[in-house]
Design a protein around this ligand. Sequence first.
Ligand code: M6R
Length: 620
Amino acid sequence: MCGIVGYISNNSPASCENVAKILIKALEKLEYRGYDSAGIAILESNGEKKIHMIKTKGHIKDLCALAADKFSTLENCRAGIGHTRWATHGEPNDVNSHPHMSYSKEIALVHNGIIENYLELREFLTKHDYKFLSQTDTEVIAQLVEYYYKETHDPVKAVRTATNMLQGTYALAIIFAEHPDMLIAIRKDSPLILGLCENRNMFASDVSAMLEYTRDIIRLSDYEMAIVKADSVTILNRFDEEVEKTPVKITWDANAAEKDGYDHFMMKEMMQQPTAVRNTISRYANGTRIDFGLKSITREYLKNVRDICIVACGSAYHAGVVGANLFEKALRIPTRAQIASEFIYSDPLINENTLTIVISQSGETLDSLQALRKAKELGSKTLSIVNVEGSIIAIESDDCIYTQAGPEIAVATTKAYSAQLVVLYMLLGHILSIRNDDASIESRYLSECMEIPAMLESILEHKEHIQHLASLYQNCESIFYIGRNLDYALALEGSLKLKEISYIHSEAYASGELKHGTISLIKPGTLVIASCTYEPLFEKTLSNITEVRSRGAEVIALAREGNTKLESVADHCVWLPKCSQMTGPSIAIVPMQLFAYYIAALRGCEIDKPRNLAKTVTVE
Ligand code: M6R
């Protein structure tokens, strides 16, 4: 949530316009993290030593117009910071936008995270005659840094003392008018990555913002502070001792974050699903065996593990529901999926015999991170399934399996979800083969997984059928998703995709549960999307479809080819290739994603950046 960037160069002559352009370009790459307002602050390094700032409610394009006005004539500017916001404290408006200036206007900062004790700090500062313009927690940090800067005249000491008083999460970029030759970056629980270049340096919340300039990066750890100058970077640990960190080379393609001719990232990413799944399988397939390269979670541990708890949020949780269902049935040990934000405060019953699996595309989701920490505190071994390499969840878990989906930009996840599912299938095959001492199990699971990409391709090739269905139902006010067992897990994800991007109200229900209350909402014309891929309960779902149809609902049913009985009970059938029981959710989710996409497009919604949402959710 929120994207921050800092940039400093010693190019001479340096114009303010250039620095602004570089910051804005970087913010465009970070906009997926939050997009309700944006701003930049630039240091003027001539005699006057001043900070120039622009900020506005709205998207980065609104900021560009302001920048052109304000910065075209300023010279001697070599450094600045920028921010794109997802509002937490105070509505999205110009005043609450970042950067925030200190009272004297000599310090400016941008922040990603939440300061929990900001009201106490605000009270403390008010007693010392500080005044506040905004409702944000961030402005408090700017004033607090100034308070200590006035005492010490030392930016490093001021930042360290102020941040030591903060409770909560933060990644901060700070500039001081009196020190135009440096930026300060510091973090706790929110990501911050340094990008090293010749004659200039930068940092950002995400590598994608810096790929145009550098591939040499250093990830800051909690409490580390970086003093970033054009020709040097000094990193201090929490005791202000200098630490040496070796830069890592980023290998991914900068074009990965471009739309490649598609109207939206979401469509591009749906179309990339066969590749995402294929790459994930091939990273861990070793001939007919599965090898995740786990170090801390040994075969011995997996052989004896007594229960499994999968924690995650949103779509990652839905992948976990599929996984829990399959794991419990096959392994015959208690396995549950829990929503991370509930898990943390539920006094969870886990211990050293529990394997906790945390699933997260970004590897940054705060609820999931806290769930991971809670599980570790209780003695559980932790295994994460993460897409973003080097992210906090990946680093803090005992072992991590990286999905190979590549960068995912659209807020609505598609290819990362598909890659998570395939990792879960492979992990199940791996654990099952260890517990049964039977290598052929791995080879069987692997073969089933290898069939997925071609089936996804065949659905994506015929997407016009789904587009047609979307055109018929684009004006629905409410849409229900039903299914049993694995189809229920699928319904949860299908429904989330729809409401997230099309803003149509939607509910997911276990088909058998409808008659216990929800069926009262079904009236003539209500659309019900019924998943019927789980063969053992096919007949029962068929009865549930008949029940809603006899109350006037229109039904789109999804099932494997050949289930002709459906034709007489549903209004429309979406036929899926003949996948296995286990891989059904991977195949059936694609028409649901497409349906949500096409409806949202027909309704003119902003598909890649739905209202009120952000791609990475780093607040509780
Ligand atoms: O990065 P994560 O996988 O941890 O994110 C979890 C959820 O916030 C995420 O899946 C969210 O539900 C998606 N926007 C759904 O499309």
